[in-house]
Design a protein around this ligand. Sequence first.
Ligand SMILES: [Zn+2]
Length: 210
Amino acid sequence: MRGSPWCFRAGWWHRRAEAPIIRGEHRRNPVPIRRDDRDRYVEVELRRGEEPLWLRCGSCGELVFRRRLRENNYICPRCGAYFFLTAEERIAALVDEGTFQELTLPLESDDPLSFSDRKPYADRLREARESTGLSDAVVVGTGNIAGHRVMLAVMDFRFIGGSMGIVAGEQLAFAMERAAEERIPFVFVVASGGARVQEGVLSLLQMAKT
Ligand SMILES: [Zn+2]
């Protein structure tokens, strides 16, 4: 329900944005914006694969040009809030340009418990694969950071909350073993909700493995 265009928050009056700002929402889902024919800001439905040019900071409401945000390492230039990063964006922000070589193993989880909650785990996996283009929640590869070659493992929260099941555990173990073999540092970027409950105790086993 929309009331007054003003709201009192954190000791100050703020003019409400055209669309309600939900604190923290930008972390899961950056809000794409455009101006409509009456010069109002409206949210945009994006087709898959499209990138919005402008994003609104979920913390202060500032509209930020995507390229400016990227140059600022996905930190709001106005209020310093951190935006959500996909694995791909994290890698681009971390490694020297053009040096990343992906080594993610071609593995996919096959629902060992035939688990179902509000929807079957198999459907959840398929949707996550389609929406992220990833095979599971971890991306692995080598790259240079300030000229030093490292092994990287980066989680992607979009893939079922970055949760760790059999496949994620295997990718991590592979990356760590490979780093030890090559005697290069292993860098792990964690963005995970924890063990993947849909794989039960098999997920918990990954803790011993990694
Ligand atoms: Zn902000």
